[in-house]
Design a protein around this ligand. Structure first.
Ligand code: ADP
Ligand code: ZN
Length: 209
């Protein structure tokens, strides 16, 4: 971003569903800052231990070292005064406090680059990301590819039955879906559709396939 000149900080937010390339984009921006010899610090919530503990890793395998934090205020505690760029991944797991922390960092003159899910598994706004979007200078919304139909995907489909807001784990638990293929409540949809009558497969009873 080049509209802000001089010693001023700002907030850039990268949002989208899972698999949309948020981590890739965050890593790309941070790498470029490092190439420009800027001092960079990178944080992610300890809750997301995808692949490795002290690294942000994208689904395509790109990685960059990071510091784990259990809450947003830890970012301020770990901040080195000479840091110029602060990267934060999976910000949706850091709670409301992350908005205040990012604002403080930007007011201190830091370039803050934050990535996170803007909607949850039901398609609802995922706090605190909407609030971060409201205070950001620059917003990038990325889309994934719908695994059902190949159209641009804005949603994160949960593939396991759970009402918990946060189910972190294997990426096989989620997939990217477009607005047409997205099922916000698959368990309910199954109930409404009634019992599924399985067709008899000839020969299946005696073990022949
Ligand atoms: P995010 O941080 O948004 O979850 P990542 O940056 O970790 O995304 O991963 C993006 C990469 O995921 C893509 O470059 C691609 O290699 C891979 N990928 C896997 N499934 C999909 C999909 N359905 N749509 C787009 N990319 C996908
Ligand atoms: Zn689709």
């Amino acid at each position: 971003m080049d509209i802000v000149k001089g010693n001023m900080g700002w907030i850039e937010v990268v949002v989208g569903p899972m698999f949309s390339g948020k981590s890739e984009e965050l890593i790309r921006r941070l790498r470029r800052a490092e190439i420009a010899r800027q001092r960079v610090q990178i944080f992610k919530p300890a809750i997301d231990s995808r692949y490795t503990a002290n690294e942000i890793v994208s689904h395509s395998g790109l990685g960059i070292p990071s510091d784990n934090v259990s809450k947003a205020s830890e970012i301020l505690e770990k901040l080195q005064p000479r840091t110029e760029v602060v990267g934060i991944d999976e910000a949706q797991f850091l709670g409301d406090e992350v908005v205040e922390v990012c604002t403080k960092l930007a007011n201190l003159g830091k370039r803050v680059i934050v990535a996170g899910l803007d909607t949850d598994y039901r398609g609802r706004p995922f706090e605190p990301m909407p609030r971060l979007l409201a205070v950001a200078e620059e917003i990038t919304k990325l889309l994934a590819i719908c695994v059902r139909c190949g159209n641009p995907a804005v949603h994160t489909q949960r593939l396991v039955d759970s009402e918990e807001l946060i189910v972190v784990g294997a990426t096989e638990m989620y997939e990217a879906r477009c607005r047409r293929c997205f099922e916000p409540n698959p368990a309910q949809a199954r109930k409404e559709a009634g019992p599924v009558i399985m067709p008899r497969i000839r020969g299946a009873a005696n073990g022949a396939a």
